[in-house]
Design a protein around this ligand. Structure first.
Ligand code: NAD
Length: 245
């Protein structure tokens, strides 16, 4: 039977690349995003995909969206919690509203969508893949809200894996290194781009496709004995300990 994956933040970037690879692998995909025009444009012409407009930080909207996806597809076999927002700023300039904006999508969104999908995922013995970041593994300047939100997603992954394992649900986390998406290029100065090139053993940014390949593997039966894992897809950056501005 064809399996269904729910991908958040699917309108562009890593979420869209993941959607395309899942479709190629024979999945149906519920594409979730809050940016309606970009989501509809991305979904058009993708056979097997359907668009659902939703802000993942809004509890009631998330409940309604997950119910709509189940009504449309019948099951949810994999959840990719990918929607995220970037924020680079010093602690002194990170007021509470700014902090909450980052936590609302990057952390609350993962919690809310996972919770709403849990019964369907348990019924399907499915999989969750949470997208964190190397900024959740290592501290560097300007990432107080973003890095903390992603570190929390790493711990949330471990909590989910511990709790959902008895229902046959696997939960893993991918920590991408830098990828030239809209999110990253809005905050990566030339200084940061150069520093990443120097610090990454492979000396380059990753592509959306390279991150999506890892996500799709973790969704698939090929990863049937892999759960609770935090996997960096980062060209070796995390292993080096070299600093960044
Ligand atoms: P992107 O900006 O290209 O795509 C993110 C998508 O998420 C957008 O379509 C946006 O509309 C959507 N989104 C944001 N907030 C939302 C919300 N509250 N509800 C619903 N949709 C929402 O970014 P990307 O680089 O593809 O990022 C995808 C994920 O990868 C994010 O979680 C990001 O933190 C993570 N990540 C990216 C990089 C990188 O360098 N690009 C590195 C590490 C981690």
């Amino acid at each position: 039977m064809t399996k269904t994956a729910l991908v958040t933040g699917a309108a562009r970037g890593i979420g869209l690349a993941t959607t395309r690879l899942l479709l190629e692998a024979g999945w149906r995909v519920a594409m979730i995003d809050r940016d309606a025009p970009e989501l509809e444009a991305a979904c058009a012409g993708l056979d097997g995909a359907q668009a659902f407009i939703c802000d993942v930080s809004e509890p009631e909207a998330v409940e309604a969206m997950v119910a709509e996806v189940q009504a449309a597809f019948g099951s949810i076999d994999a959840l990719v919690n990918n929607a995220g927002v970037a924020d680079f700023g010093p602690i002194a300039e990170t007021d509470f509203a700014r902090w909450r904006r980052v936590m609302a999508t990057n952390l609350d969104g993962v919690f809310l969508v996972s919770q709403a999908c849990a019964p369907a995922l348990q019924a399907a013995k499915g999989a969750i893949v949470n997208i964190a970041s190397i900024s959740g593994l290592r501290a560097s300047t300007l990432r107080v809200a973003y890095g903390t939100s992603k570190a929390a997603v790493i711990q949330l992954t471990k909590q989910q894996a511990a709790e959902l394992g008895e229902y046959g649900v696997r939960v893993n986390c991918v920590c991408p290194g830098p990828v030239r998406t809209k999110l990253a290029m809005a905050v990566h100065s030339q200084e940061i781009i150069d520093a990443y090139h120097d610090a990454i053993p492979l000396n380059r940014y990753g592509s959306e496709q390279e991150i999506a390949e890892v996500i799709v593997f973790l969704c698939s039966e090929k990863a049937s004995y892999v759960t609770g894992q935090i996997i960096a897809a980062d060209g070796g950056f995390e292993s080096t300990g070299v600093g960044l501005p």
